[in-house]
Ligand binder design. Structure first.
Ligand code: SF4
Ligand code: SF4
Length: 181
């Protein structure tokens, strides 16, 4: 069994004030060059905000999806029911504009602020002064095969982010045909 470090951001929506500092810093940290611009539309965290119902809900971008899902989740918070897609983490879902780069249309997935040298905490956690976001690291035992698959998935996601989903899948299809030939 191999050990894998798992990074976790805990979200406590009750503490969130809706200041949106997390969205701003995420977009600035991922700008090219770093910190050259602030554009919350390019953030990998989105704070759903409904002042009438008095709720702020930070949502992190998660897995990439190609197609809108067929099922729906219902959320009931404090006795109030929320629309199905509001808190979904799916990246680049065709049914909405969330977590898509507004310029390129490429998916924007949270990478936990991977950097060299590594940060002590992700940027959004650092700027959240009320502890609505807190950071934890823990070690989990994983099968070696699972660890290799994780690495493969991360590598493919980085390529998709850089070149776009269609280009990566076209290239894989081309390689597969040439290997068979
Ligand atoms: S920085 Fe913290 S308090 Fe501000 S919007 Fe983000 S999660 Fe909420
Ligand atoms: S962990 Fe980093 S990449 Fe993920 S939402 Fe927070 S600032 Fe953005």
């Amino acid at each position: 069994m191999a050990k894998k470090k798992v990074k976790v951001v805990k979200i406590n929506p009750e503490e969130c004030t809706g200041c949106l500092a997390c969205e701003a810093i995420c977009s600035a940290f991922h700008a090219t060059p770093k910190y050259s611009s602030v554009n919350p539309a390019k953030s990998r965290i989105h704070v759903y905000w409904d002042p009438l119902r008095n709720i702020y809900m930070p949502v992190y971008s998660g897995p990439h999806v190609e197609a809108e899902c067929l099922g729906r989740d219902k959320y009931v918070i404090g006795g109030k029911e929320y629309d199905e897609c509001l808190f979904c983490r799916a990246v680049a879902c065709p049914s909405r504009d969330l977590f898509k780069d507004p310029d390129s249309g490429l998916p924007l997935r949270c990478d936990m602020c991977e950097d060299e040298p590594p940060l002590e905490e992700p940027m959004c956690v650092q700027v959240c002064l009320v502890d609505a976001l807190t950071y934890e690291e823990r070690e989990e035992e994983v099968e070696e095969e699972e660890e290799k698959l994780d690495e493969l998935e991360m590598g493919l996601e980085a390529l998709i982010e850089k070149y776009g989903f269609d280009k990566v899948t076209d290239t894989l299809a081309r390689i597969s045909i040439s290997k068979q030939g």
